[in-house]
Design a protein around this ligand. Structure first.
Ligand SMILES: [Zn+2]
Length: 160
């Protein structure tokens, strides 16, 4: 997911509305414990699923797992992980997370390559959200590559 197309007003300053100590540990992030169900939709606890990737103790083995871990990073406002899992060639200086977004579910619709035997891959997904009481969905095909051995997000295009 890229998000860069959406905000109409400058996102600079949005982080200053939080207290300095809230970085990465706001209400939603702290509500995600290791034994909570993982937000990415796989039947596993956060600690056994995307939490390992977010903490850096494991690397996503496939493009789809990286996609799922980035979705759950969006859901808990983990901007450092979103940036570190972004290809340096396309990575923005900051993600500009929208505090009004409430990610409500991820559906993987299709994927190509992206396994342990590949160096590129795509994942097509639908991510549902609510924003200020309105429901919506992001339908996107994301492209992934291996960078220094690890899967990273390159770019995404909207699917009609
Ligand atoms: Zn997960």
């Amino acid at each position: 997911m890229r998000m860069s197309r959406r905000p109409k007003r400058p996102t600079r300053g949005s982080s200053t509305r939080r207290t300095p100590s809230s970085t990465g540990t706001d209400a939603r992030a702290s509500a995600t414990r290791d034994d909570s169900p993982c937000l990415c939709g796989l039947p596993a606890s956060y600690g056994e699923c995307c939490g390992r990737f977010h903490s850096g103790t494991a690397a996503a083995p496939t493009a789809e797992r990286l996609m799922r871990s980035r979705y759950s990073a969006f859901a808990v406002n983990n901007e450092p992980y979103l940036l570190s899992s972004w290809h340096p060639a396309t990575r923005p200086s900051r993600v500009g997370l929208d505090p009004a977004m409430r990610w409500a579910g991820l559906e993987i619709l299709a994927s190509t390559e992206g396994s342990a035997f590949h160096t590129t891959g795509t994942v097509t997904f639908r991510a549902r959200y609510t924003r200020r009481g309105e429901e919506g969905a992001l339908h996107e095909r994301s492209r992934f590559e291996r960078y220094e051995g690890a899967w990273v997000y390159v770019e995404g295009s909207l699917v009609e």
